[in-house]
Ligand binder design. Structure first.
Ligand code: HEC
Ligand code: HEC
Length: 516
């Protein structure tokens, strides 16, 4: 009876809450040990008689069992590590979310010999990436943040080193078991035109459940790596099946990626708090930004608003939110931006690329139920907590009321010499197309074996773009897929390792449209 009641509660709960059914906060658990950091992992490995990944996992399981509880399994991955339904890429997260490890399971997969690691360093609000490579019972640890990792873990426009996790915000995670476990069928149409979900979402859920069942019966139990993962419990209700690890201690079981997402989003919000503070326009705009975030108003006169509007790139905007509502609010100023809009709208016109301030990997947060910074909780509250942690609880920006923020902000904004600011350059497709040309339209066949596509000659390109017979439809469809956020590393274009920014991709799409 209790279990039935439990199931009913969860159904009702899922049905009602648009946001998370994430009842307990992360990091509440029975464990009393200190979570491991990356150096501990290396130290453990050092002591092992057999220096291989399998023995390391067995040892880690003893030292930090929680890591083997809050894991995510990717059956399709856009990373350096291959993945399949039977040999998924496993992502393990430590109890406080400060260490994430990943591995896969078949010797034929790229990245099989590597354990990838991401550490969060709370004192600096920074992430650090490393990989441990195993070979013949010995191992090698990479330097911190090698270029190999930065290629994907920070924006290609970034000049310094400041990587971040690649993880879609709450609540759809393409390629992971449980990927659509947190959206209700009612919202399916909303995701449908959202690029190449294949198969359809409703079938995807069934497919994942079917394959998960097979995986649990086989590799999950017996595989030298996966066997260390805590067993999954299956929760079947009328329409849906959910998998979760029993000891997670959640009141209502979350599908796997939710806990993981919470951990990732929290640490990245602390990084965001630092990035905001470090930005060159912070001193000028701090009250304006906090007015937008905390009071839901742009405390700026019309001409400044207009300047921002005109120079706004829309590269990192969330696709799904309504446009700004231009209105006079209680304290004057323009009403009611969302947090991600506030951030893009204030920083991007000044040429500050905010695409890698959030964790979405090339999607602009297109799958987010709410926004590109969002986890399973309320973003306003999460961001406030992160700012309190990083800036200090008594920072005036967090304690001033809206009236005070409005007064200071208006005073500063009215004195702004906007002409003196360099404005953001809208990206053109040129540079990206030069890359395409360098392999596809110049005779470098002997080097790259790239099929001839006349990217530099719109008149010749146009008829080809409409040709059918490519895996995703026409050549145009294939191009958009290949440069887009869903392509895996073997499919991704340009094939020279460069990851285009979302505005660059938009510019390329516009170039193709123009050619047609
Ligand atoms: C080709 C792009 C790409 C490169 C290069 C890359 N990653 Fe990732 N990484 C991803 C993506 C995409 C994810 C999200 C999960 C997935 O799809 O498997 C990810 C996820 C991760 C995660 C899990 C935490 C998170 O960010 O979600 C770790 C840890 C990680 N990568 C480590 C590394 C390390 C270490 C390197 C360098 C050796 C590296 N990655 C290089 C694309 C990449
Ligand atoms: C470093 C060389 C290189 C660069 C740069 C490059 N490509 Fe490719 N591309 C290839 C190779 C090699 C193939 C064939 C292998 C494959 O299909 O992945 C290919 C295949 C393709 C295909 C599939 C064509 C077919 O006939 O199936 C498309 C579409 C494509 N590239 C688009 C692009 C676009 C768009 C760019 C620029 C943004 C680009 N490529 C840049 C090397 C490159």
């Amino acid at each position: 009876v209790l279990q039935k009641l439990f199931i009913i509660i969860s159904i009702v709960y899922c049905g009602l809450s648009a946001q998370a059914n994430y009842a307990t906060r992360y990091a509440i658990g029975p464990d009393t040990y200190t979570p491991l950091v990356f150096d501990d992992v290396v130290a453990l490995l050092d002591q092992l008689p057999q220096k291989n990944l399998e023995s390391l996992l067995a040892q880690l399981r003893q030292n930090e069992p929680a890591m083997f509880r809050d894991y995510v399994l990717m059956y399709r991955s856009r990373s350096l590590q291959g993945a399949s339904f039977m040999n998924p890429r496993a992502l393990l997260v430590g109890r406080n979310g400060h260490l994430v490890l990943s591995f896969n399971g078949h010797s034929s997969q790229p990245g099989y010999a590597q354990l990838e690691a991401m550490s969060y360093i709370p004192e600096q609000q920074r992430f650090e990436f490393r990989e441990i490579s195993f070979l013949n019972d010995s191992y090698q640890v990479s330097e911190a943040n090698p270029q190999k990792c930065l290629n994907c873990h920070q924006s290609s426009s970034r000049k310094d080193v400041d990587p971040r996790p690649n993880w879609e915000p709450y609540n759809v995670w393409p390629g992971s078991y449980g990927s659509v476990g947190h959206i209700s069928p009612v919202t399916y149409p909303h995701y449908k035109d959202n690029d190449r979900f294949n198969p359809e979402l409703s079938q995807l859920k069934d497919l994942e459940n079917l394959r998960m069942g097979e995986f649990l019966e086989t590799n999950h139990r017996t595989h030298p790596r996966y066997q260390h993962l805590e067993p999954m419990v299956e929760l079947r209700t009328g329409q849906s099946t959910r998998y979760f690890t029993a000891s997670s201690g959640d009141l209502i079981p979350n599908s796997m990626p939710t806990r993981f997402t919470h951990a990732i989003i929290q640490t990245n919000l602390e990084r965001l708090a630092r990035l905001i503070r470090q930005s060159p326009i912070f001193e000028t705009y701090k009250e304006t930004l906090m007015g937008a975030i905390r009071c839901n108003h742009f405390f700026m006169p019309q001409n400044v608003y207009q300047w921002h509007q005109d120079n706004y790139l829309r590269g990192s905007e969330n696709n799904f939110r309504a446009p700004f509502i231009s209105n006079q609010g209680l304290y004057g100023g323009i009403l009611s931006p969302s947090i991600p809009q506030s951030i893009s709208f204030i920083f991007e016109p000044h040429g500050i690329d905010t695409t890698d301030w959030s964790t979405d990997f090339g999607t602009n947060g297109a799958f987010a139920s709410n926004n590109r910074f969002g986890g399973p909780h309320n973003l306003t509250q999460d961001l406030r907590e992160a700012m309190q942690k990083v800036w200090g609880r008594n920072d005036p920006l967090l304690t001033q009321n809206c009236q005070e923020l409005a007064e200071v902000s208006f005073a500063k904004m009215e004195q702004l010499q906007l002409e003196s600011f360099p404005t953001a350059q809208a990206p053109s497709a040129d540079q990206l197309i030069q890359r395409c040309i360098s392999c596809h339209a110049i005779d470098r066949f002997f080097m790259f074996n790239a099929p001839h596509i006349p990217f530099g000659e719109p008149w010749a390109l146009a008829p080809q773009l409409q040709q059918e017979g490519y895996p995703r439809g026409t050549l145009k469809d294939e191009i958009i897929y290949r440069v887009g956020p869903h392509a895996t590393i073997t499919e991704r274009m340009p094939a020279d390792g460069y990851i285009p920014t979302p505005p660059e991709i938009e510019a390329l799409k516009a170039y193709l449209e123009d050619a047609l």
